[in-house]
Design a protein around this ligand. Sequence first.
Ligand code: FAD
Length: 474
Amino acid sequence: MNPAPQDAQTTTKDKTILASLTRRAFLVNAAIAACGLPLYAQTKAAKPTHSCIVVGAGFAGLTAAYRLSAAGWNVTVLEARNRPGGRVWSHNFAQAPELVCEMGGEWIGKSHKQIRALAEELNIPLEPHANRVWLLQHGQLHGPGDWGFSPESHSAWQRFVEQYKHYTDQDKRHLDQYDWWTWLGKIGMTDNDRRIREIMDSTDFGESIRQISAFSVAGEYVDADYLNPQSTDEMDLHVRGGNTLLIKALAAHLTPGALHLSSPVKSITQRAGRVTVSTASEKFTADSCIFAAPASVLNSVQFDPPLSPAKSLAADELEYCRIIKTQMLFDRRFWPAEDFSLMSDETSHEYFHSTQGQPGPRGILCSYAVGDKADVLASQTKVDRQFQLMHDLNAVSPDAAAALIDTVDQPWQDDPWVHGAYALYRPGQSFRIRPLLEQPHGKVLFAGEHIADWQGFMEGAVSTGEIAAQHLLR
Ligand SMILES: Cc1cc2nc3c(=O)[nH]c(=O)nc-3n(C[C@H](O)[C@H](O)[C@H](O)COP(=O)(O)OP(=O)(O)OC[C@H]3O[C@@H](n4cnc5c(N)ncnc54)[C@H](O)[C@@H]3O)c2cc1C
């Protein structure tokens, strides 16, 4: 852990902001308490100045850049890809340009206040995108209303939710030692209900719940309608016309020339209160820097002075989950309802109607497969993958294969700028490595979904961009 600067003080304003941070603040406080350091002692190291280099043009980086630019700062954004948006990327098939689907981030939740406010501020309309859930288990298809969870599991869950309200820091640390699968068994959920939760919850966390910290999962589900099979669980809305429109709106508010695409950052050097960020061919110098790229690429950037060994190890330890999205364009909507989605124990895992509310008759279904299933699908040829997906869809309709026009897929685990879909906190990691990843490194602040309260969401990315910008503007 980096030593805190000696002259730092925690102000009343700091405390107000701190109080407004929920799970993130809790984790940071826990780590700080463990080391005996005041939280804002560390952020004081990055005192506001008037120029900033932002690394990464995803939601986190662009939100920060947008706020700083609006406040008159001189901002440069360096992005490795040839497009802004990072893990948000809308797609149109050439055969059906009137339809849009998402290759990355899809839903905006009703509770996602900051991204919803941002969309409103930028005049980007959102529209409903919630589904009802069919279940395909052991080859049997069950419609919404025909499946659910047992009374034993409901009672077990209610008991846990009540207990969780009184959890101390120590109880939460204890919970963090468990994986969610084991924890659900421990609180008394039945085996078959756990198997269904495994299918459903792994789509939220991107890997088997046998691998995810029970503390991470509980934080998301205790306030949700967890055992209601039709709970939308933050899968409520999306941007009309594609989520990329919100990315484009943010980028459009930057100073012309501020966004540099195809510019992977190679090194970040700090000398005499200035930060120099270098790509293969250019150098940019500013008073501060926001590193808004995933933790999975942190150690591929050379820092001088170097990152603390603890932070560097934390970045190596943080896994990113495996998700492949395959969007399938069909000449007709053969599925049973516009708001159709399907959880299945088949390889293709989850299906949902991507083009709900968009003009027909053509339509796009998405297969969303996680963990080992994602690797199986990603290893197949396009033809073999299509064969697998049509085989799995046969339980929904024998018309699927005949209606298929084309597919496009994105295996995020193979993406060179993330190496996965989103961060995955394993048992024991939340309290240990997350605070290290949040910690500023001199004048370099960090942002991104991996260190957000709404971790794994666009909301999380936006909120960390807002926080980083606020720190500099204070
Ligand atoms: C398949 C999938 C489904 C999802 N579904 C949802 C959903 O339904 N709802 C939801 O809210 N969220 C969802 N998410 C998560 C959401 O998309 C992310 O949390 C969010 O977009 C992350 O934003 P970010 O700015 O933190 O990171 P990113 O979007 O990854 O942005 C970081 C940027 O840094 C760039 N970069 C990396 N290395 C360098 C370098 N060396 N130099 C310069 N730039 C670099 C990257 O190219 C990238 O553009 C999903 C994500 C995936 C992959």
